[in-house]
Design a protein around this ligand. Structure first.
Ligand SMILES: Cc1ncc(COP(=O)(O)O)c(C=O)c1O
Length: 446
């Protein structure tokens, strides 16, 4: 019978079968595709991975924030099977089908405000981000886009231009389309050396100041932002930040594009993270990752006058809104809606344990996040806030040996992030935090 918790049965991790597959990978897969934890997965269910050697791992990464309600929910599997048996492809732009239209209807129903009523459906997050900028450029007739320092928006040319971190995401891939970075509200490392709330969220005012310079006037189509900077380090801005940002966008005649690819689909306890904050009305919402429960599906959802502005045939793609992906997403949304109520419980437990660990380990400089999206930022000196990337890497490796898949992130590679299933069972959550505590102990001893 499959284990119900993490358990390692091989003498070494990865085990022998994974090691063999790793050799095959080295021979046939581009080196540019790097791997965090080289255990080859045979099966995944709920919050657990089962590898080819019989080891069981707790999945605290959810495939980078995708399997928001766990692996292979039976309703999603059934919907996928049913659709796959009917047909797997027509290309919606050639001969349409109901699933695409129903998913667009669902995206309008769950949108953070009723103005966001029309969608275009794509495959990956990066593709949807690209399209959000194409749509914004077309609508505003302006060429440039703003995004934030610490942002991650994907790996295609335009999404990569919006992304902040040079290594490994951008180095050697230029020249890139016209984008500009503005500071994000990273309170733990305030770009203005101020302290919240006394600062009055001055970082947003600074963006207004920058934007008012003649070189940006009338040139910026949109500002693309993540409610919480994901890859950048799970950086949660103050609650007033995005209300100010959207006002500033309006003032300069640009659109606010809300990239909810990582923060959306229930991850933070509301369908979209931006719903936690009042006075924020995005013009376009970009979704991906968690909406498909594992199927590659993404969308831009916006105001009709914006979404209908582009010429017919100007958006689309062979596989965009694939029927199996639409069926998966429709089933996944239903489970997400039912699971939202569980997120505060997951958050309360993670917050309690992480705060306790911060008391115990000097290396934890900051504990932050929302809902089922929590992180610790590691520093080798709490006062100087010197990033402790080595310790983050060692903690991840120690957890892996104990049967837990953890991800790191952050501009300085020193953040351990957790995006467990929104419905991770209590006993697995407890074991996950025990493993993290032991791993931090191992990684920081001596
Ligand atoms: C906020 C955000 N936007 C865009 C993307 C790109 O999505 P994809 O990898 O599906 O292209 C990611 C992926 O991590 C992301 O976190």
């Amino acid at each position: 019978m499959a284990a119900k918790k993490a358990s390692i049965v091989t003498a070494e991790v990865p085990g022998p079968k994974s090691v063999e597959l790793g050799k095959l990978k080295d021979k046939y897969v581009s080196k540019a595709i790097s791997i965090g934890q080289p255990v080859y997965i045979d099966k995944a269910s709920g919050s657990l991975f089962y590898d080819v050697d019989g080891n069981t791992f707790i999945d605290m990464g959810s495939g980078i924030g995708v399997t928001n309600v766990g692996h292979a929910p039976k309703e999603v599997v059934a919907a996928v099977k049913k659709q796959a048996e009917k047909f797997m492809h027509t290309c919606f732009m050639v001969t349409p089908y109901e699933g695409y239209v129903r998913l667009a209807e669902k995206l309008a129903q769950v949108a953070p405000h009723p103005g966001l009523s029309k969608s275009a459906i794509f495959n990956s997050g990066a593709e949807a981000v690209e399209n959000s900028v194409k749509i914004s450029r077309h609508f505003t007739k302006r060429p440039a886009a703003f995004s934030f320092v610490h942002a991650f928006h994907g790996r295609t040319m335009l999404a990569m231009a919006l992304t902040s971190k040079e290594m490994p995401y951008k180095a050697g891939f230029g020249p890139l389309p016209e984008t500009y970075k503005v500071d994000f509200a990273y309170c733990y490392r305030c770009p203005l050396n101020m302290t919240y709330p006394g600062c009055g969220v001055a970082c947003a005012d600074k963006i207004d100041e920058t934007w008012s310079k003649p070189e940006f006037q009338g040139r910026v189509a949109c500002l693309v932002g993540e409610p919480i900077a994901g890859e950048g380090g799970f950086i949660v801005p103050p609650k007033e930040f995005y209300a100010k940002i959207t006002k500033i966008c309006k003032k300069h005649g640009a659109l606010y594009v809300d990239d909810e690819i990582q923060t959306g689909a229930g991850r933070t306890g509301k369908m979209w993270c931006i719903q936690h904050w009042s006075g924020v009305e995005p013009d376009i919402l970009v979704s991906g990752k968690g909406i498909g429960g594992g199927f590659p599906i993404s969308a831009c959802t916006g105001r009709p006058e914006i979404m209908d502005d582009t010429q017919a045939g100007g958006l689309g793609g062979t596989f965009g809104g694939n029927p199996v992906g639409c069926a998966a997403a429709l089933a996944q949304f239903e489970i997400i809606e039912k699971s939202l109520k569980n997120v505060p419980k997951v958050n309360a437990y993670l917050t309690k344990r992480l705060n306790e660990m911060q008391q115990k380990f000097q290396v934890i400089g900051d504990v932050r996040g929302m809902g089922a999206m929590m992180a610790i930022e590691l520093v080798s000196d709490r006062k100087a806030k010197t990033p402790a990337a080595k310790e983050a890497k060692a903690t991840k490796a120690a957890a892996f040996k104990r049967g837990m898949v953890l991800l790191t992130c952050g501009t300085y590679d020193n953040v351990i992030r957790m995006h467990p299933s929104m419905i991770m069972p209590d006993e697995i959550l407890e074991q996950a935090m025990d493993i993290l505590e032991e791993s931090l102990g191992e990684a920081t001893k001596g």
